[in-house]
Design a protein around this ligand. Structure first.
Ligand SMILES: *Cc1c(COP(=O)(O)O)cnc(C)c1O
Length: 389
């Protein structure tokens, strides 16, 4: 049996390997020059003032929440159709989390639902402190709409752009924080560029950047201006906050820096793969990804929805048949509040009906740089067969 075609995977060039080897032969494996160089590269690419590298997007989301002052008694809202990390970050801070239902076309947080929930929450005095929209599959959320609501209701915005580096919203790079306080990228190997593990928090606010830099490294400063009293000597540093070790290594940053050279090529290739899928799927009983005119998606994922009323099979039967045919399809995502941990917090089925409908129909087809036309044809043939059989 031939190997499974995965739903996503990294693309590592000889130049990427050499960049990591160069760090291994250098004086610094961590806290050397590669991390600030990678941060500058991302900040320049996104046209944003500050970029703070971390060891994962999960860490970056946590530190972003803390920098915005999220704590016990606060509320954070996100999308139910996301990886658990988008919600867990609020719980790490002792805050309460809630979920705003998705738009049935983009599968991103619905701005209409958000507006309705905010109106209710204002009446009950339970407005969120932070809202975390997630750019699912790389397609940006309606950030102008969410930003307008933030102005009206006074919440902060963290964009979970884990899927979205290289994409654009209204012709500007995602991650520029025009409509948000902080934006987050992930560099996990299935994402658009990789550092193995790694994440980045972008902001145009110098204070937020400083706070995140402090929190990623134990809350320790060596900047005399931030200390409570004069230095005891050249060895001196002060811990002025309770931080973590969330640092990225120089090996990771060098890999990221090298991958950045091919970012635009990566996203362009994803678009050509998506276009080909769109054509191959024409006339089949599936809904292909809908792209908003304001967006240039990073296309981290290619998600189809089965039109189950036109198919004599269940979602699970189609999914299992695809896996049996060697197609590593996946499902992004289980609504977060349907996880046992979240059910333990009191969430119940039916909380976000659109999200649950999506979950009952969605399948992520393989989408990655090295996917060949022949492999794409194999995916489609397996899908045709799984629906027909
Ligand atoms: C991958 C992902 C994360 C977490 O990223 P890590 O770098 O693995 O911590 C968070 N949010 C979303 C939407 C993701 O897809």
């Amino acid at each position: 049996m031939t190997a499974m075609i995965p739903y996503g995977r990294q693309d590592i060039s000889e130049a990427d390997i050499q960049a990591v080897v160069d760090v291994l032969r250098s004086d610094y494996l961590t806290q050397g020059p590669a991390v600030p160089a990678f941060e500058k590269c991302i900040a320049d690419y996104c046209d944003v003032q500050h970029a703070v590298a971390m060891n994962s997007a999960t860490s970056a989301l946590h530190v972003a929440c803390l920098a915005l002052g999220v704590g016990p008694n606060d509320r954070v809202w996100t999308s139910p159709i996301t990886f658990v990390a988008s919600a867990n970050c609020a719980l790490y801070c002792g805050a309460q989390v809630d979920f705003v239902d998705i738009d049935p076309r983009t599968y991103n947080m619905s701005v209409d639902s958000l507006a309705a929930e905010l109106q209710q929450a204002e009446k009950s005095g339970v407005l969120p402190k932070v809202v975390i929209p997630v750019h699912l599959c790389g397609q940006p959320c309606d950030m102008a709409g969410i930003h307008a609501l933030a102005q009206r209701y006074g919440f902060k915005i963290i964009e979970d752009a884990s899927h979205a580096i290289g994409g654009k919203y209204r012709d500007e790079p995602i991650g520029n924080c025009r409509y948000s306080d902080i934006s987050i990228f992930s560099f996990h190997p299935v994402k658009i560029i990789t550092t193995a593990e790694g994440g980045m928090a972008m902001t145009s606010d110098a204070q937020l950047a400083k706070k995140m830099q402090l929190l990623r490294s134990h809350g320790i400063t060596r900047d005399a201006n931030e200390m409570t009293h004069a230095s005891d000597g050249p060895w001196y540093y002060q811990q002025i906050d309770l931080g973590f070790n969330y640092r990225m290594t120089d090996m990771q940053a060098a890999l990221g820096l090298s991958q950045m050279r091919r970012l635009d090529e990566f996203v362009a290739k994803r678009h050509s793969l998506a276009k080909r899928y769109d054509q191959l799927l024409e006339g089949m009983p599936v809904t292909t990804p809908w792209q908003h005119a304001d967006s240039y998606s990073g296309l981290h994922l290619y998600v189809i929805r089965l039109k189950l009323d036109e198919i004599g099979k269940t979602h699970r039967q189609v999914f299992e048949a695809l896996r049996a045919a060697g197609i590593g399809v996946n499902l992004h995502y289980i609504p977060v509040y349907r996880q046992p941990y979240y059910e333990g917090l009191g969430f119940k089925a039916g909380h976000c009906p659109q999200a649950e409908r999506y979950y009952a129909e969605a399948i992520s087809l393989p989408m990655y740089l090295g996917l060949t036309a022949a492999q794409q044809d194999k995916v489609i043939a397996a899908l045709v067969e799984s629906i027909a059989k």
